[in-house]
Design a protein around this ligand. Sequence first.
Ligand SMILES: C[S@@+](CC[C@H](N)C(=O)[O-])C[C@H]1O[C@@H](n2cnc3c(N)ncnc32)[C@H](O)[C@@H]1O
Length: 234
Amino acid sequence: MAKTKAEHVHEVFESISDNYDKMNGVISFQMHIGWRNDTMKHMAVKPGSKALDVCCGTADWTIALAEAVGESGEVKGLDFSQNMLKVGEKKVQPYPQIELIHGNAMELPFPDDTFDYVTIGFGLRNVPDYLQVLKEMHRVVKPGGMVVCLETSQSEIPGYRQLFRFYFKYIMPIFGKIFAKSYKEYSWLQESANDFPGMKKLAALFEQAGLEKVTYKAYSGGAAAMHIGFKKIR
Ligand SMILES: C[S@@+](CC[C@H](N)C(=O)[O-])C[C@H]1O[C@@H](n2cnc3c(N)ncnc32)[C@H](O)[C@@H]1O
């Protein structure tokens, strides 16, 4: 029987966990660091607040959130790959305010209105139903709280889109083969990035999930984009 998307994604991340951090730098030419830093600047996270990082993987964004909320705050990171979390566990040791949780983004194991910030970094394109995950993120964020997605995107600049597709299809999996010895796993990135909606469509999905005041910002000509939305104050 054919594997479901979730089963395939799970298998991919279980197998690339040891090389994931190194490969992130290689395949994005280290640009992901600037995208992540700029997103955090836009969020202006308040010390002492509560944050959830969905699809946290090896916990890079989780750690950035922990540094922003400080020791009086609280950060949960959730992921369904035990191997990605295992790498993350070592990195989060110096941060007592972080708890990493094994769980499914499609059914977040938290009560309604729990967090001030809910983030997802390069995770949304991997889930079986984008809208379901955005609805879950909307459900667990507090009224007035912020939902943020940083993800690969579709460039709106003529020619760029084809360039990115060529890169994702032919170059990136070769980097995967050279640096991580896994061509197959890195070709998944191309498939998931191709299928992922462009900025306007993703903003519309944010609104469909119930979020308001939705804004977005393109990075590196649209190779990636940050989307921010807020939960209505009742
Ligand atoms: C590309 S990695 C991103 C990791 C991290 N957020 C980052 O910015 O580096 C995507 C992560 O999403 C996780 N993931 C995919 N689908 C998931 C799901 N349905 N529930 C929980 N985690 C999921 C994978 O296990 C993987 O760790």
